[in-house]
Design a protein around this ligand. Structure first.
Ligand code: ZN
Length: 78
């Protein structure tokens, strides 16, 4: 079993939250969340956004938004 990167997690988050992620990827996703506070916070914020919108905002996470998130992750202490 390998691990996923923060970038991979960001790419998988919409599938994870709408339940379309396969079981193996779901496990990797949750293992990453357990050890990465930055991504845990990100997913929580995503959940809040979805709750407000009432749906998974597929396509609304623009390339620019993803880039800003990844830049934020890079600044986190390791
Ligand atoms: Zn992460």
């Amino acid at each position: 079993m390998s691990h996923i990167s923060c970038q991979q997690l960001v790419e998988l988050v919409t599938s994870y939250l709408d339940g379309s992620l396969d079981p193996e990827s779901t496990q990797l996703f949750e293992e990453h969340l357990a050890v990465c506070p930055g991504c845990e916070t990100y997913v929580e914020q995503f959940r809040v956004t979805i709750a407000r919108l009432g749906e998974v905002p597929v396509g609304s996470l623009s390339d620019d938004a993803q880039r800003r998130l990844l830049e934020a992750f890079r600044d986190l202490p390791r």
